[in-house]
Ligand binder design. Sequence first.
Ligand code: HEM
Length: 534
Amino acid sequence: MAVNASFVSPTADAKVAQVMTSFNANGLVSQVLSDMTWWKLTLTILMLAVAYDQFKYIWNKGSIKGPAFKLPFMGPFLESVNPSFTKYHEKWTSGPLSCVSVFHKFVVIASTRDMARKVFNSPTFVKPCVVDAAYKLLRPQNWVFLDGKAHVDYRKGLNGLFTRSALNQYLPIQEEIYNEYFKQFVHTSQVENKGEPIPFMPAFRELQCALSCRTFCGHYMTEEAIKKICDDYYLITEALELVNFPIILPFTKSWYGKKSADMVLEEFSKCAAKSKVRMAAGGKADCILDFWVQNIQASTKYRARIAAGENVSDDEKPSMLLREFTDFEISMTLFTFLFASQDATSSACTWLFQIMADRPEILEKVREENIAIRNGDIHAPVDLDQIETMQWTRAVVKETLRYRPPVIMVPYVAKKDFPITDTYTAPKGSMVIPTTYLALHDSEAYPEPDSFIPERWISGDADKQTKNWLVFGTGPHYCLGQTYAQANLMLMIGKASMMLDWKHKVTDLSEEIKVFATIFPMDDCLLTFSERQA
Ligand code: HEM
């Protein structure tokens, strides 16, 4: 059989051998390199990186909605520095799943009720991710970043702080704060601003921050410390915007946020230390911290008795056996409560005051039932059961939370490839963000969803739409403070209705939505308060 020898070994082929001898590999490389100036090399690497970034985006995007191309590397970063509600809304309505890529982060947005629920209820695939800066501010070892069983167990230990009987005990301290701040609102309006309306959103943020500090730490925290936390908290909110610069550089938002977070953690730690001493001495518990410390100390005592071989009856066993917590661990947890409540509650508070001022006939119903439940004495304290039986007060709070849901998006991260639908899998490491807004503005569940109709909670079937009620999330991370938050808002608007009159200066921006972690009226809610004459 004829064999083509040159085919067997190219170097054995005379012609090839000729070419090969004239080929000097080292020479070629050095020639290319000598032609390749530094800037050309840099440009080539850059173009390869741009191509890779683009390819990866398109690959990750797959079949879901999203821009056809990504602005190299940063994507719509500049847009997300000043997030616009309209832009978010466009995104949600673009498809049940849509995406965007900012810097290295690929983000999948789950907009419809069912997609959002799927994400909330898929703990095997996702865990809350908050934003990158949150790990640095709240500290990576914070319980909110725990996952699976560790998270469930830690959370169980906190449930006792939010039971109905515990919530009842916090009411007196909350009444105190409202009395104090309502007086201050009148003074600000009548004395400092001579009856002229001013934006009240910052004052509402301060009110809610002070209320949280007192509910969490009682009187362990000084007035000055509360004032400082209230003043600086917005730096923390700014540092936790959905998209922020990935590393903490001096004098950036994240840097100021971290400094404020450190200050808050230190204050909470000091309070924890004081509470431990006071509770050990048999003091009366009146704030979240005291209840927690009391439970810890009761657990420690119980364990010591068992260890000493004592025969302790079952009724003496604490309902939840807790381990010891350091002051700093307690502080980190209280910080998560503040972090979780501050922006959301301030948002709800601002909308409530605005919406009630614009609807005096509904405010009057709230007022009447609040006076009635207190038997005509507007200063009489109320308990949780009484608060919850007031149907109009409850309805306006529920409807405000539905109509203007404070938390419009809850960022999660995919722990592994997450098949959200049969045709789309969110890649491991991507941010997956369920939105609450569309579910709460779904016309099937809530007819005329863009109108404020509290009656739907009294004579309608809004309470039955549990699948759409995503204000507080759902699944293993649903809001720990949801009963507390709603009772607090009912207490607030009920007391305000009896003690205050307030007028809203309506502007073209009053119904426009500004996104600052949560949502606020674009004009920051221009109000004037005066004392209500009975
Ligand atoms: C109107 C006020 C509030 C709203 C709208 C709100 C909403 C939410 C939402 C949407 C989540 C995420 C749920 C999920 O991922 O499924 C959440 C989580 C959480 N909220 Fe709230 N919240 C409010 C007030 C509060 C308050 C007052 C507290 C505590 C005092 C609180 C404590 C928490 C905590 C600790 C979590 C994380 C739970 C976990 O990861 O297990 N929230 N909240």
